[in-house]
Write a protein that binds this ligand. Structure first.
Ligand SMILES: Cc1cc2nc3c(=O)[nH]c(=O)nc-3n(C[C@H](O)[C@H](O)[C@H](O)COP(=O)(O)OP(=O)(O)OC[C@H]3O[C@@H](n4cnc5c(N)ncnc54)[C@H](O)[C@@H]3O)c2cc1C
Length: 485
């Protein structure tokens, strides 16, 4: 099927704007986590601030999220829970884990600014309790601090001192909704003007290329909104724009669950591209294979279509999703014995086969003859000695599979809803200024959240999206209020 090619939306020349419907210092597009923090920061800096939101209220994907925020470098919560972290160790971990050509400048800013960002969130009215959760992944109702990425997984403990960095606010209901409620209350208290049901369409540029406003549609009416100091794009990513995914990130097409609200249609990114902003790392996404909790399933063995192991099973479920979908073509199985079999997995996987022996299981699933037997024999031999010479799975999760019956969960892409959202977006610097392909600043234009390319693309840890949306949203608000460098 021929698909429409995605083009950047053009810009409107300021000379063609007959009238401005409103004027403010800073105009922000989108009122999720990034937009709310940008609005608060701009207003705190004394800027008259207007936020345009296409939905009838603010919240975005941040509101429906689990509200986990990856922040570190030695926050007060990390200290209160008894953990030492430093910007340097966090920097070492991120630089080693986020894939090729990491964005050193922004990663450095994110690590060095972590403790102050945490304090800023607390000052906005977001409370935290000093509780450490030792399991894998907090549920939306839990709170405190936990490990959420590959900090404890080989080879990272040898490269950086591990520390838990996933922060969740203290509340009784879902954390994402609570976080947004607190941020929106604060924005309103600071006098931020919020214009709902308003969909930003294009940027308005002066003859010298400076972004000076936004053209939007509000319930069928044209709106021309002037920004005296700057425009901040915080309109989410593009996972719900099929043409864009097909063009920029076709390998994400197989993931069936889109972890984003309808607003993730790529408009914000395209608006920025129209003004000359570069879109980078557009092929990347956060792909989750939700195979735990329960964390006991990490004692099983993941195999591909050739019945070979390909990863340490204690890897973060985002890494697992990425490797299974992109490197193993989404054809993977989890092998268990009776001792560790549990059915209450998040994703309720199908049982592809059961056998009284590995040989029987191998035949039932249809693996090449002898292949699964070879893999499990080798794994068991190592596990009995408490080691995993192939992938260095942690000792806590090493156990020989020798108690019949044996089972295989089908974890393939068409059997389990792999969850995905996009990580590519506009190229920005540590001040959240949008940059062109040549690295030149687009004057008056800022971006944050999923509209900007993530610092973790790929190599994500849970909480990075809301963590960096709030962090760089706040930076963007301050920068825009200052009128840009
Ligand atoms: C179930 C679930 C759980 C998740 N849990 C976590 C988690 O715990 N931690 C984590 O880090 N990530 C999590 N994520 C991902 C994370 O929530 C998002 O990636 C993140 O919140 C994006 O923040 P944002 O501010 O960039 O976008 P959003 O919060 O989506 O805000 C963007 C806003 O812009 C608006 N908008 C879009 N286009 C326009 C336009 N043209 N004009 C005006 N307004 C527009 C949208 O309506 C929206 O309100 C989860 C996602 C899901 C679905």
């Amino acid at each position: 099927m021929a698909r429409e090619k995605v083009k950047p939306c053009g810009v409107l020349a300021s000379g063609d704007v007959g009238r401005w419907d409103s004027e403010s210092d800073v105009v922000i597009v989108g009122l999720g986590g990034a937009g709310a923090c940008a609005a608060i920061a701009a207003a705190e800096s004394g800027a008259e601030t207007l936020v345009l939101e296409r939905a009838s209220a603010g919240g975005g994907t941040t509101e429906v999220s689990d509200g986990m925020m990856y922040i570190g470098g030695g926050t007060s919560l990390q200290q209160a829970c008894g953990f030492e972290d430093s910007p340097e160790e966090m920097f070492k971990f991120l630089m080693a884990s986020v894939g090729p050509e990491p964005d050193e400048e922004r990663i450095r800013a994110f690590c060095e600014g972590g403790p102050a960002h945490y304090d800023w969130l607390v000052a906005q009215g977001v409370p935290f309790e000093a509780e450490f959760y030792a399991g894998r992944m907090l549920s939306p109702e839990q709170q405190g601090l936990t490990y959420s990425g590959n900090e404890l997984v080989h080879p990272f403990p040898d490269l950086a001192v591990p520390a838990p960095r996933a922060h969740m606010a203290a509340c009784t209901g879902p954390t994402g909704a609570f976080l947004m409620q607190k941020l929106l209350e604060r924005a309103l208290a600071l006098g931020v003007r919020i214009q709902p049901d308003t969909r930003a369409e294009t940027l308005v540029c002066a003859p010298d290329g400076r972004v000076v406003g936004v053209y939007a549609r509000q319930t069928g009416r044209d709106q021309y909104l002037r920004a005296r100091r700057g425009v901040v794009l915080c309109a989410g990513g593009f996972i719900n724009n099929q043409e864009m995914v097909c063009q920029f990130a076709p390998s994400l097409m197989k993931a069936q669950y889109h972890a984003a609200t309808d607003g993730d249609d790529g408009r914000g990114i395209r608006m920025g591209m129209g003004a000359g902003g570069a879109a980078v790392r557009m092929h990347t996404g956060q792909i989750t294979l939700p195979f735990y909790p329960p964390k006991g399933l990490m004692r099983g063995v993941f195999v591909n279509a050739q019945a070979q192991r390909f990863i340490a099973e204690d890897a973060y479920q985002g890494t697992m999703g990425e490797v299974c979908l992109l490197e193993q073509h989404g054809r993977v199985w989890l092998i268990l014995d009776d001792e560790i079999f549990e059915r209450r997995a998040y994703a309720e996987p199908e049982i592809a086969g059961v056998g009284e022996s590995i040989e029987e299981l191998e035949a039932e699933v249809g693996f090449p003859e002898g292949a699964l037997q070879f893999t499990i024999e080798a794994y068991n031999r190592d596990a009995r000695r408490g080691e995993d010479r192939l992938f260095h799975k942690g000792a806590e999760y090493l156990k020989p599979l020798e108690t019949p019956p044996f089972a295989a969960f089908d974890m393939s892409w068409d059997k389990i809803p792999y969850a995905v959202f996009t990580l590519g977006g506009l190229r920005t610097n540590a001040r959240a200024e949008v940059l062109s392909v040549d690295g030149i600043r687009i004057p008056g234009l800022y971006a944050a959240g999923r509209t900007a390319a993530s610092i973790s693309s790929p190599g994500y840890a849970s909480g990075t999206s809301v963590g960096e949306a709030t962090f760089f949203g706040r930076v963007a608000g301050f920068s825009a209020a200052g009128g840009g460098a």
